[in-house]
Every structure is written in C-alpha cells, then in structure tokens.
Design a protein around this ligand. Structure first.
Ligand code: TRP
Length: 353
C-alpha cells in the first residue's frame, strides 16, 4: 500500500501539484446536521482553501444510500449541509458545492474502478468491518464497495488534495492504489495523480463535550455531546454549562493540561473560535474556575455561530434557490469530469470512445 503524506502545508506548492493543476475534493455525507467540530475542523478551513485552489465540496448522497435513507430526510439533509456550507462562507462563485448524484461521472468511474480494485484490498477495509460488525452478510453490496466510489469521486476530477479526518486515511490509501494500478495496467504512467490526504493536525480535532475520549460526532446518541450549527444561543449556553470538566481550575500552561482531555478540548474550542493560541486563552483565564470560563466560552461560541445559524435558516427557507445553486455547481463539475471520463473510456479501449 502507498504511504500518505499528512503535511497540510502542501497547499498551493507547484512541485506537488498535478501538472500544475492543484485541485481539492472533499466529501461529506448528508446524514445528521453539522456541528461545531465540522465547522472548526472543516468548514472554516474550506473558506480559506477556496481562495488558494480550485475546490469541489461534494455532498455524497450516493454514499449515504449504502444504508437505507428516508427519501424525504435525504433531500432535507442535503439542503441542510448545503446551507451550512454557504452560511459559513463557502462561496458558490469560487468553490463547487454540489451533491454527488447530479454528476454521472461518479457512478461511471466507480464501475471502471470496480474492475481495477482487488477483492483482497476491499477485504482489508476496517471501516466496513466496523460498520458491518457480525452482520456483514446482510449489508448492501454498496456498503462494501463504498471506498471504490470514494476513489471515483476524487479521481473523476484528477483531484490532488483531499481534506479528510483520521478515519479516512485507509480509504485514501485505497484511492492511491487504484490510481496507481489503473496507470500501470493501461500503461499510462501519469494518467491519474496519486491524491494526497490533508489530515487535520493534532489539536484541530474537537471532542465530545460529554466524553473526552470520543470525537464530537453527529451520530453520538447524546445531543449534549455536541454543539449543532442549528442550536439556539440558549442551547449553546446550556450545553457548555453541562460539559464535562474536572474539579481543578484553568491552569497556567499548556503542559499542565496534559491528561485533562475535557479541559484541553474546551480551551482548544475557545482558541479556535477566536483564532488565538491555547496559551493565550490560558494566560487570560489561569486560576479561574469553570463557573467563569464556561459562560465566557458560550459567549464567544454564540457570537461566532449565531450569524451562521441565522443565515442557514434563510437559505433553508428557500429550497428552490439551494437547488439552483447545486444544479449550477453540478454543471461545472460535469464540465471538469467529462473530458477526463472521455479519456478514461479511450484508454480502456471502448469502441465508440
Ligand atoms: N467517506 C467519507 C467520510 O465518511 C466521505 C467521502 C465520500 C469522501 N467520498 C469522498 C471524502 C471523497 C473525501 C473524498 O467522511
């Protein structure tokens, strides 16, 4: 298996780009609503990235249906994610924000890649094993094939950089292996780039407010474990108030936070929201108890998130406009992918290609 580089400083470095064409592809599943961890770990960064290189931000509804989805909810959650992206500052004039099922290239390339990827490679995917548990015989074929579709997402655009969480490393590695095998099998050494993962650095990861050993997640059964982008100011204050801490006070140095996972998380959230360093926050609050720190944190969170939440509501009140934005972006995505797919068909040797 190929190695993945995790350096986030690779953005916009011409020597790493693919034939001068740097391109970011990111995928998010339309399940559940987005939360503070998504905002700080992904959305905020996407807003910066869209000025640095061409970005495709894809809502992967084809991946979502690998387990059954309520059709009404699928449509609604696709809109919610779109609204969250736009409200956070992702600009549809700069970045391409669309849902996967609007662009045929994903499914077409996934089939070709099904014929490139080996069973043994898929059998090693830990995410399938985790999701399927003991029930693998009763899972959909699509769930098993999920990482091949993911490779097709990225390579249909010859994307070079893929922002992902730690849990997606193995899937990215598989994408590189598929790209390399395609290039090799068809004697087309540079056909596909080997996409690089942009894994969030340590500290960027936002943890559950109830349990510092888990990350903040939309699938956590406890709603108190996360701040949703749709939460009211009251909800936000309550959730931070209930957030797990310890009997200590805010320490003076970062080193003293070692082992105090929940405290470190709250300080990290404060720092990320205000674009200051952890040390800065500690210097300001050292010696204070959480009765002082938590309300201050809730205040900055509300200040940052309220405008986003309000804008999200405005977008969601106009689903036709959201659909227009998605459709226009899907057209742009198709324009990029179509010539690449035409080349793929020719390379494979289809008559008529
Ligand atoms: N599997 C990714 C996740 O669950 C979502 C995804 C689908 C994705 N296609 C992608 C991520 C392509 C990056 C690139 O997070």
């Amino acid at each position: 298996m190929n190695d993945i580089k995790t350096d986030t400083s690779v953005l916009n470095t011409p020597e790493r780009s693919y034939k001068g064409q740097d391109r970011v592809f990111s995928g998010v599943q339309p399940s559940g609503t987005l939360h503070l961890g998504n905002y700080l770990g992904a959305l905020k960064k996407f807003v910066k990235m869209q000025d640095q290189m061409e970005c495709l931000f894809c809502i992967v509804d084809l991946h979502a249906i690998t387990v059954w989805q309520d059709p009404k909810l699928l449509r609604q959650q696709t809109h919610e994610i779109t609204a969250a992206y736009l409200a956070s500052g992702v600009d549809p004039k700069k970045a391409i924000v669309y849902n996967q099922s609007r662009v045929r290239a994903h499914t077409e390339l996934a089939w070709y890649f099904n014929c490139v990827a080996r069973l043994g490679w898929l059998n090693r995917m830990t995410q399938f094993k985790d999701k399927a548990g003991k029930n693998s015989e009763r899972m959909s074929v699509g769930l098993y094939d999920y990482p091949v579709l993911q490779a097709a997402d990225i390579l249909a655009f010859k994307a070079t950089h893929v922002p992902v969480g730690e849990d997606q490393r193995q899937h990215l590695e598989l994408s590189r292996d598929i790209a390399a095998k395609f290039n090799h099998d068809f004697d087309a050494p540079d056909f596909f780039p080997l996409p690089e993962a942009l894994v969030q650095g340590p500290g960027a990861k936002i943890l559950s407010l109830r349990d510092g050993s888990k990350k903040m997640s939309k699938s956590d059964p406890s709603d108190n474990s996360r701040i949703n982008l749709t939460d009211s100011a009251d909800d936000i204050a309550k959730k931070f108030k209930k957030a797990k801490t310890d009997a200590g006070v805010i320490p003076e140095t970062v080193k003293e936070m070692e082992g105090r996972l929940e405290v470190k998380n709250l300080v990290g959230i404060f720092a990320a929201l205000t674009e200051r360093t952890d040390q800065d926050i500690l210097t300001e609050y050292a010696g204070q108890g959480f009765g002082v720190f938590k309300p201050a944190l809730a205040d900055v969170a509300v200040e940052k998130l309220e405008p986003i939440t309000n804008l999200m509501r405005r977008y969601l009140a106009d689903p036709d406009e959201l659909d227009r934005i998605l459709a226009a972006a899907a057209d742009r995505a198709t324009e990029i992918a179509e010539p690449i797919l035409a080349d793929v068909r020719k390379t494979i040797g289809f008559s008529g290609a």
